[in-house]
Design a protein around this ligand. Structure first.
Ligand SMILES: *[C@@H]1O[C@H](CO)[C@@H](O)[C@H](O)[C@H]1NC(C)=O
Ligand SMILES: *[C@@H]1O[C@H](CO)[C@@H](O)[C@H](O)[C@H]1NC(C)=O
Ligand SMILES: *[C@@H]1O[C@H](CO)[C@@H](O)[C@H](O)[C@H]1NC(C)=O
Ligand SMILES: *[C@@H]1O[C@H](CO)[C@@H](O)[C@H](O)[C@H]1NC(C)=O
Ligand SMILES: *[C@@H]1O[C@H](CO)[C@@H](O)[C@H](O)[C@H]1NC(C)=O
Ligand SMILES: *[C@@H]1O[C@H](CO)[C@@H](O)[C@H](O)[C@H]1NC(C)=O
Ligand SMILES: *[C@@H]1O[C@H](CO)[C@@H](O)[C@H](O)[C@H]1NC(C)=O
Length: 315
């Protein structure tokens, strides 16, 4: 019993590495395509073709019983590099990409935002968001705690991966919220501005994107990096997906006013490529990693038996 325990203990680094890193299926290149995805030319399937919507569903809005929505105003296209579309931080995945432009998972891993549901027309029906991601105020570790309290930019996202429309595209509802003391209402023009501040960061703009000057076909591009991965993001704004107005929009009274619509009708389409990864992260074949792991495991076993033989009385 106790010797097994000791060996397990010594093998912990090996075990945790095995669980946190998909060693069995390392991508050959960053540009590898997953076979199960089927990406149409525009990079995603229109949710409204199969009963879905570009608006989320928000329950418990006022007046009670009225279902309002928030705009899904940015989409990471399914034609982006496969690695970027994987919902993980390893291998330059989606979470690492978010970190590259200042957005991180929620404060200390606990979920504090309310849930919203979206139907991407992929056969899943309405699903709660995959996660809420917040502006990290320059600190990827605890910066999102500040966002939760003081407000700021944040988004919910959903992955279009159901059998009816498996593009792998990431649908994001971006908005800029007020401090928690103000019950996380959205700032004036806070859907359009939040989208453009996110795009400004994701394309490393030195100046704010002029929201009121954007039109169908406006483009931006730029590079960001985190953890040794360098990303290039090409953005194209398009009209005609979202409604242009305030009808049915959550917080419509405070977000839109005086001639400004809560939703300006533009969606930012993001195409993301990995230009560069950390040394050794890309071209290595699957042959070596398991051998390294097994030799580590063997070493753990040997060490375990050795320590056991030294201190049998303690155990
Ligand atoms: C979605 O969120 C709501 C509200 O938090 C919760 O009641 C519901 O159980 C969630 N649904 C799923 C499938 O997790
Ligand atoms: C919204 O309300 C419906 C019906 O009560 C419930 O099934 C769903 O989980 C709720 N969704 C969220 C996000 O709260
Ligand atoms: C980046 O995001 C922050 C936080 O939302 C914002 O204050 C800043 O203006 C953004 N930068 C650009 C260039 O949009
Ligand atoms: C926005 O458009 C207005 C009117 O056409 C123009 O005067 C202004 O310079 C533009 N702003 C930016 C930042 O492009
Ligand atoms: C936006 O521009 C594209 C390309 O020019 C065009 O095909 C599309 O019809 C335009 N959308 C709207 C809503 O005008
Ligand atoms: C809209 O205009 C009114 C009157 O000028 C002003 O009191 C109010 O603050 C404005 N609202 C916003 C959100 O700008
Ligand atoms: C939205 O509507 C306003 C007011 O009618 C119009 O000026 C603007 O061009 C429209 N924007 C888009 C993206 O359709």
């Amino acid at each position: 019993m106790s010797s097994t325990f000791l060996i397990l203990l010594l093998s912990l680094p090996y075990l945790s590495a095995a669980f946190s890193y998909p060693r069995n299926h390392p991508p050959n290149t960053f540009h590898a395509r997953s076979n199960s995805r089927n990406v149409p030319p525009q990079g995603f399937y229109d949710p409204t073709d199969h009963g879905g919507s570009y608006l989320t569903q928000v329950n418990n809005t006022f007046p009670v019983g009225l279902v309002l929505g928030e705009p899904i105003n940015a989409i990471i296209l399914g034609s982006s590099d496969d690695a970027v579309l994987q919902d993980q931080q390893q291998n330059g995945g989606l979470r690492n990409y978010f970190l590259s432009f200042g957005f991180a998972a929620e404060c200390l891993g606990s979920h504090s935002g309310s849930d919203q549901a979206a139907n991407l027309g992929d056969g899943h029906g309405y699903l709660n968001e995959t996660a809420v991601i917040r502006w990290d105020y320059g600190d990827p570790t605890v910066g999102t705690c500040k966002e939760t309290i003081e407000g700021g930019n944040h988004f919910r996202y959903w992955i279009q991966n159901g059998n009816d429309a498996n593009s792998g595209a990431i649908f994001m509802a971006v908005s800029y919220e007020l401090p928690s003391s103000l019950e996380h209402d959205i700032i004036f023009n806070g859907y359009n501005l939040a989208r453009d501040w996110l795009i400004g960061n994701a394309t490393a703009q030195s100046q704010l994107i002029p929201s009121s000057n954007l039109t169908n076909q406006t483009t931006y591009s730029g590079q960001t990096s985190f953890g040794g991965y360098v990303y290039e993001t090409n953005v194209q704004y398009v009209s005609g997906l979202l409604p242009n107005g305030s009808d049915g929009i959550n917080h419509f009274g405070s977000v839109g006013a005086n001639g400004t619509s809560a939703v300006d009708g533009l969606t930012a389409l993001m195409s993301v490529k990995i230009l560069q990864g950390p040394v050794g992260a890309t071209k290595s074949s699957s042959g070596q990693a398991p051998r390294l792991s097994w030799s580590y495991f063997a070493l753990s076993l040997t060490l375990g038996s050795f320590v056991l033989s030294l201190v049998p009385s303690v155990l």
